[in-house]
Write a protein that binds this ligand. Structure first.
Ligand code: SF4
Length: 366
């Protein structure tokens, strides 16, 4: 795995305030998401953010389609515990209102705002309030001129050219707290674009594969794209975009980080795919353990960095899962419980989950 690319370190949130975090530099990789509620509905939006917080979301973005949504941001912010990002397109007034409402970060492409004086106004307020801006170049939003220059193709070079243009607009106004995303729904294009831009600037990267799709395909696509980027040392904050409950985005994000050994604070459940030797319902056992340890849809478990193995047979189970902290190898109507490859007891099939959880709890207290 490549060493993380050196970038600037950017603060998101007021100094000393609860939830304030850093993106880039030596800061740990930040997991973020975006609400899917109508931002004008404060209660629903706050409810979703609190669910995301419980799942481990560290930074949340809300769409700001109009002035009512912009004016709701202050109320939303007062009821949550993580930094709030306002997602703005085209209308500088919405950006100014979001800043006045106390948001911690803007997602805005200055190239979308044609009047330079309005950009100056936004930049001035951002500098005064120490609010960073994420420039988000998406394949669908490339300027006609850039597309024409690249023969109508959305190439990494075209995406990077667009990003550099956006960055320059902000730099000309003195803004240096910039985070960049270059998202396309094509994994290879996305990876190549980030690699290219990494040679041109030291701003932190927000990574992800946009419009990745529904939960199954979208998680895989995101894992491939984000996984490659992280392996290459590129990525300071990430979002998995899924057409589903955003809590799944957080869960997928942590799974990606966990798969690359970037975080170790959550339980790692390994289970065999089963084969003709298996005589019990392994899926049911794994689901029950995951739900108990990972609180259903969230991944914030109290057990910490342990590996639990659920194996379908005693022939290969304990040996294949020797590295696991705890595990079970199932046989007909029974389960052989083991710890670090050593068998410690045999229980009835219906007692497997309870016994394993009891031992995990006891073991993590020892
Ligand atoms: Fe098959 Fe046993 Fe391996 Fe599971 S652990 S895949 S049941 S041999």
């Amino acid at each position: 795995m490549q060493k993380r690319r050196k970038t600037r370190k950017i603060r998101v949130g007021s100094k000393g305030a609860a939830g304030t975090l850093y993106i880039g530099g030596d800061a740990t990789i930040v997991v973020q998401s975006m609400t899917k509620t109508d931002t004008r509905n404060v209660n629903k939006t706050v409810e979703q953010i609190l669910q995301l917080e419980e799942a481990g979301c560290q930074l949340i973005r809300c769409a700001v389609p109009d002035m009512t949504a912009a004016k709701a941001l202050g109320k939303i912010k007062s009821k949550i515990h993580i930094p709030l990002v306002a997602d703005i397109h085209f209308d500088y007034r919405l950006a100014l209102e979001a800043i006045a409402q106390g948001v911690d970060k803007l997602r805005l492409n200055p190239g979308n705002i044609t009047d330079k004086d309005k950009i100056k106004l936004i930049a001035k307020e951002c500098l005064k309030n120490k609010i960073p801006i994420r420039v988000g170049v998406n394949s669908g939003s490339l300027k006609k001129e850039i597309l024409k220059k690249h023969k109508g193709h959305i190439t990494p070079a075209a995406i990077v050219e667009s990003a550099v243009e956006e960055i320059k607009i902000l730099e000309n106004e003195g803004v240096k707290d910039i985070i960049i995303s270059l998202k396309t729904s094509d994994v290879v294009n996305t990876v190549e674009s980030y690699k290219l831009l990494a040679k041109k600037c030291d701003y932190p990267f927000h990574i992800g594969v946009t419009e990745a799709g529904p939960i199954f395909g979208g998680s895989i696509k995101s894992a491939v794209g984000i996984g490659i980027l992280l392996y290459e040392g590129l990525g300071d904050t990430l979002r998995v975009s899924l057409t589903d409950n955003p809590v799944h985005e957080i869960r997928a994000a942590y799974k990606i980080l966990q798969s690359l050994n970037i975080i170790k604070k959550y339980p790692n459940i390994i289970s065999c795919p089963t084969c003709g030797r298996c005589t019990v319902n392994i899926k049911k056992i794994v689901d029950e353990i995951e739900n108990k340890l990972c609180k259903g849809t969230t991944c914030g478990a109290p057990t910490g960095p342990i590996t639990i193995a659920v194996m379908g047979c005693v022939v290969n189970g304990p040996g294949e899962a020797r590295e696991a902290d705890f595990g079970v190898a199932c046989g007909k109507d029974k389960g052989v419980i083991f710890k670090k490859g050593n068998i410690i007891k045999t229980v009835k099939e219906k007692e497997i989950v309870g016994e394993l959880l009891r031992l995990i709890k006891k073991g993590t207290r020892d």
